[in-house]
Design a protein. Structure first.
Length: 96
């Protein structure tokens, strides 16, 4: 018989569960290799400066923003995987 919920699901529990999923995906040797590849491919550990293709030699700010957004996604994956592996939970509202 299904249980009836008295309270709506806590979104923090969902985030904690997702972190554990990230840890399971990227915690294995295969996952670590994939994450290392993504970090290298999207310049996680290197500065991103891209020059405009118009031959002027100027820095292309739109391309820099685009590359930084890619880099931010990879950093978020790595952070979520690390937090999930550590079993760290989000703080309750009163603890933030």
């Amino acid at each position: 018989m299904p249980t009836t919920r008295l309270h709506p699901p806590n979104p923090r529990d969902e985030v904690d569960d997702i972190r554990v999923d990230f840890a399971k995906c990227f915690g294995s040797p295969h996952g670590q290799r994939v994450l290392a590849h993504l970090e290298k491919r999207y310049f996680v550990h290197a500065p991103i400066i891209t020059v405009a293709q118009d031959g002027t030699g100027r820095i292309d700010p739109e391309r820099v923003i685009y590359c930084e957004a890619q880099r931010a996604v990879i950093l978020d994956i790595a952070r979520s995987a690390s937090l999930g592996a550590d079993g760290e939970k989000l703080p309750d509202k009163g603890e933030e």
